[in-house]
Design a protein around this ligand. Structure first.
Ligand SMILES: Nc1ncnc2c1ncn2[C@@H]1O[C@H](COP(=O)(O)OP(=O)(O)OP(=O)(O)O)[C@@H](O)[C@H]1O
Ligand SMILES: [Mg+2]
Length: 317
C-alpha cells in the first residue's frame, strides 16, 4: 500500500509502508583528530594514521520497523549524535548505507529531509524572537499556514508547561529547559514520518520528561511515526522504547527489548533475579575495557569482566 505524505502538499513524497522505516547497513564515520601540539616520539606511518582518526560510528547495522520506538544508549562520545546526524543528512558517512523507507540519505537527501525531523539541544533559533514567532517560521518551512499553526503551537507549548505569557516573549530570556521545550515543540508541530530525537529530555524536570514521552507515544500511535531517541535516562529508555541499542565506541554492543537485555546480563552474571537497566548499561559499556590479555588471564570474557567489576568496586570503597 502507498501512502501520501503531505508535509509539503505541493510535492507529496510517496512512501511504501511495506518497507522498513530505517535500514542502517554497515555504517561507518571517521573523524580526524586535531594534530597534537607536542610530538613525543616518532611512530610508524600506520600507527600515526590510526591515532589521528576517531571511529565515531563503526560498522553499525540495524533495521527499524515502522512505528517502532528505538532507544540508543551509550557513554559520552560513543557516537550517538554522529549516528543521528548521518540519518538526518547533516553528515555524510564514510562507508555503509542508510535508507529511510527505501530513500538513501546521501543520494535522495531532499526526499529524506521531508520524511525526517531531528530535535537536538543545539537547535538553532532566532533568540530575539519569541517561541511563537520561531515556531510560525518553522511551520512556514513546512508549508503550514499561520492560522493552522498558531493554535497548534499554543496547545503544544501549553502541554509542555510553557505559560501563555512566555509564548510571545523573547526566547533569549527563557531558561535552558524552556528553550529545549520549544525545540521539542517544533518536531511535534509537523508530525514527521521518522522522528530523530537526540537527548530530548536531558536537563528537563521530571514532569516535563513525562510530557515529552507522552508526545512521543502519541506521535507513534496516532501518526504512525517511527522514532529513534538517544537518552542517558535508563528509566526513560525502559519505559518508552520497544528496543534499546547500546553503543560503545561507535559499535552496537547490545540490542533487544529492555527485558531481554536485563535477562541476558543476569545470565552472564549468574544471577537468578533480573538486573536493572543501569546494570545492563554498565555491563555493556565497560566491555571495551576488557583486553585480550585479561581474557587469557581469567579464562573467559565473563570471568575477566567479573574481575574488572570486583576491582572497580574495590577502587570505589
Ligand atoms: N565534527 C567532529 N569532528 C571531530 N570529531 C568529532 C566530531 N563530532 C564528533 N566527533 C567525535 O566523535 C565521537 C562521537 O561523538 P558523538 O557526539 O557522536 O558522541 P555522543 O554519543 O553523542 O556523546 P554525548 O553522550 O556526549 O552526546 C567523539 O569521539 C567525538 O569527539
Ligand atoms: Mg550526543
Amino acid at each position: 500500500m502507498a501512502i501520501n505524505v503531505d508535509i509539503q502538499p505541493a510535492v507529496p513524497v510517496v512512501i511504501d509502508d511495506t518497507k522498513d522505516a530505517v535500514v542502517i547497513d554497515g555504517l561507518t564515520k571517521l573523524f580526524k583528530k586535531p594534530r597534537p601540539l607536542i610530538r613525543w616520539r616518532k611512530k610508524n606511518a600506520e600507527q600515526k594514521a590510526e591515532k589521528r582518526e576517531v571511529r565515531a560510528v563503526d560498522n553499525v547495522t540495524i533495521t527499524i520497523k515502522r512505528q517502532e520506538i528505538v532507544g540508543i544508549l551509550g557513554s559520552n562520545g560513543s557516537g550517538k549524535s554522529t549516528l543521528i546526524r548521518i540519518l538526518s543528512t547533516l553528515l555524510i558517512p564514510d562507508s555503509g548505507r542508510v535508507t529511510i523507507f527505501g530513500y538513501d540519505v546521501v543520494k535522495d537527501e531532499r526526499t529524506v529531509q521531508r520524511l525526517i525531523n531531528r530535535v537536538s539541544v543545539e537547535a538553532s533559533f532566532f533568540k530575539k524572537l519569541s517561541p511563537m514567532e520561531n515556531l510560525i517560521y518553522a511551520a512556514r518551512l513546512y508549508n503550514m499556514p499561520g492560522d493552522e499553526a498558531r493554535p497548534k503551537i499554543r496547545s503544544i507549548l501549553g502541554r509542555l508547561g510553557i505559560k501563555p505569557d512566555r509564548i510571545g516573549a523573547p526566547l533569549e530570556n527563557m531558561s535552558r529547559g524552556m528553550q529545549q521545550k520549544v525545540a521539542i515543540a517544533r518536531a511535534f508541530l509537523t508530525a514527521p514520518i521518522v522522528l530523530l530525537l537526540d537527548e530530548p529530555t536531558t536537563g528537563l524536570d521530571p514532569r516535563s520528561k513525562i510530557d515529552v514521552q507522552t508526545f512521543v507515544r502519541e506521535l507513534r500511535d496516532e501518526h504512525d511515526a517511527t522514532i529513534l531517541i538517544t537518552t542517558h535516562d535508563m528509566d526513560e529508555a525502559e519505559a518508552l522504547c520497544d528496543r534499546v541499542a547500546i553503543i560503545d565506541q561507535g559499535r552496537i554492543v547490545a540490542l533487544g527489548d529492555a527485558l531481554e537485555l536485563k535477562r541476558a546480563v543476569a545470565d552472564i552474571m549468574g544471577r537468578s533475579e533480573l538486573v536493572t537497566m543501569h546494570e545492563v548499561f554498565m555491563h555493556y559499556t565497560a566491555a571495551h575495557l576488557i583486553t585480550e590479555a585479561d581474557i587469557e588471564r581469567y579464562g573467559s570474557w565473563e570471568k575477566a569482566f567479573e574481575a574488572f567489576e570486583a576491582q572497580r568496586e574495590d577502587d570505589e570503597e
